[in-house]
Design a protein around this ligand. Structure first.
Ligand SMILES: [Zn+2]
Length: 97
């Protein structure tokens, strides 16, 4: 689709980089979100990226792409690293004094 040809009908008029709007939050582009700090309750490290559509004008077929996929990948790596961290009893707020 990004090559400029529709894979369904082979039309060559592709509408690129169309933003997705939620009808209830029309001013905000639709996004995907990853929590990079899954153990954190109050200030989770949400990392977001906009979703964009490539639309075939001939048949309406649409493909969706995340604008910044590497940013989400790094957030997932951080989440995985923090969940693998060994338990440190000195950092445990419930430990006995
Ligand atoms: Zn098409």
């Amino acid at each position: 689709m990004k090559s400029g040809v529709c894979p369904k009908c082979q039309a060559s008029r592709i509408l690129a980089n169309i933003s997705l709007k939620d009808p209830f939050h029309g001013a905000v582009d639709s996004q995907v979100a990853v929590n990079s700090t899954p153990g954190t309750v109050f200030f989770p490290g949400m990392v977001t990226s906009k979703i964009r559509a490539w639309v075939c004008e001939g048949c309406g077929y649409a493909e969706f792409y995340v604008a910044e996929p590497a940013k989400l990948g790094k957030a997932i790596d951080r989440a995985m690293a923090s969940s693998k961290r060994p338990h440190d009893p000195r950092q445990d707020p419930h430990r006995l004094k």
